[in-house]
Design a protein around this ligand. Structure first.
Ligand code: PLP
Length: 397
């Protein structure tokens, strides 16, 4: 493809923009993964990644994508024929459920509407009815990347506890980790699944399992075949900073710097920055007069917004226009949302200028395609980014 001048705006909901200090660390010469320098790196990142999951227990780091970490969560804790309760929040929960079938598990899927998040009350009712404890795990997606809906994981924990059910809780945080507050230990999650390419600001290629004591116990009796993804050998090697096979050395070099950047900014400020950006984006969408895919204000995702175009307009045509005219990539609609929504990623490494530039790029595309929209989206977003929640009141001053 012909070179497009100017920096590409990668505004898909992951992979995200990688900051230069991380890229520089990834580009450093590869080191001996069995030598002392690597052991120091391994111990460093394995210890510090725990804070991002808010856990004091081990986090496994795989050289794989998020899908590999989904599989790891299942094969390490469950046996063939085990029942697993899942909630359909959108495309990614559906894919995870498909994987459970392929692995010989029996998913029981609570249907959803792709506009709202996990209904903990329905989970509680189902678990209460499961007197024999046939359900071995509950698996949910914290932040559904296809719809921009974030679910209340603490409420799911409470539902399991209220039902006095022993099921494990497995949670996908691939598009929320290091962007939206998440507490593995406090929320009693047994396996948290994460990936490197979103809030952690790294290229794709690392994926994570944060694991509870109960999950480790379950892994001792779990019978699904596992080899590469097995926790036991990994934990044994990780104790001295090493891996049972060749790790993604350079991505781990990048991870060390990503953790530096997150620590420097502070996780609370990272979350606040994402919340502000998300609110600014939503204000602009309101100004444009378009519908947001997420229906409940309490479930708005802080890492992405899925925007519905009015009937008769193609979201994919808009995305192509934006790519061509603004050198900016927006996320496509997935599954039944194909061509109906476009998704704006606002996660990882971004500034106020990135957010305003993103909105301006969308407006350029809307204008170019002749899609009717309310003017002033960028301005409305700027007010939010400046902390002026009531621009009208301010104008009156
Ligand atoms: N789960 C969620 C919520 C995701 O957003 C993604 C990817 O975007 C995945 C799972 C799959 O991860 P990967 O594409 O890294 O395998």
């Amino acid at each position: 493809m012909k070179y497009s001048p100017g920096r590409h705006f990668l505004q898909i909901p992951g992979p995200t923009n990688t900051p230069l200090p991380i890229l520089a660390a990834v580009a450093k010469p590869t080191i001996d993964h069995r030598g002392p320098e690597f052991a120091e790196l391994g111990l460093n990142v394995l210890k510090r990644i725990r804070a991002v999951f808010k856990t004091s227990r081990p986090v496994i780091i795989y050289p794989t994508s998020g899908t590999g970490a989904w599989e790891a969560a299942l094969v390490n804790t469950l046996s063939s024929g085990d029942r697993i309760l899942m909630f359909e929040t959108g495309w990614f929960s559906t894919l995870w459920a498909k994987m459970t079938k392929a692995l010989g598990l029996e998913p029981e899927i609570i249907s959803g509407d792709w506009h709202t998040g996990v209904d903990a009350g329905v989970i509680e009712a189902r678990l209460r009815a499961d007197k024999q404890h046939a359900i071995k795990a509950v698996a949910v997606v914290h932040n559904e990347t296809s719809t921009g809906v974030a679910s209340d994981i603490a409420a799911v924990r409470k539902a399991i506890d209220n039902a006095k059910h022993p099921a494990l809780l497995l949670v996908d945080t691939i598009s929320s980790l290091a962007s939206i507050d998440y507490r593995h230990d406090e929320w009693g999650v047994d396996v948290t699944v994460g990936g490197s390419q979103k809030g952690l600001m790294l290229p794709p290629g690392l994926a994570f399992n944060a694991i509870s004591e109960k999950a480790i116990e379950a892994s001792k009796n779990a019978k699904l075949p596992r080899s590469f993804l097995g926790w036991d050998e990994m934990l044994a090697s990780n104790a001295s900073g090493f891996f049972p096979y060749t790790p993604s050395t350079n991505l781990l070099q990048g991870l060390r710097v990503a953790l530096d950047l997150l620590e420097e900014e502070g996780l609370d400020e990272v979350f606040a920055r994402h919340d502000r950006a998300a609110l600014a984006i939503r204000r602009a969408v309101e100004q444009w007069g378009f519908e947001i895919q997420c229906r409940n204000a309490s479930e708005f995702s802080s890492s992405l917004t899925a925007v519905r175009l009015p009937e008769g307009y193609s979201a994919d045509a808009l995305r192509s226009e934006v790519l061509q005219r603004a050198n900016m990539s927006l996320g496509n609609g997935l599954g039944p949302l194909a061509d109906r929504v476009f998704r704006i990623g606002h996660l990882g490494d971004f500034s106020n200028a990135s957010i305003l530039g993103t909105l301006a790029g969308v407006e350029l595309g809307l204008k170019a395609r002749g899609i009717p929209y309310g003017r002033g989206g960028v301005d409305a977003a700027a007010d939010i980014l400046l902390g002026n929640s009531s621009p009208i009141a301010q104008a009156a001053e």
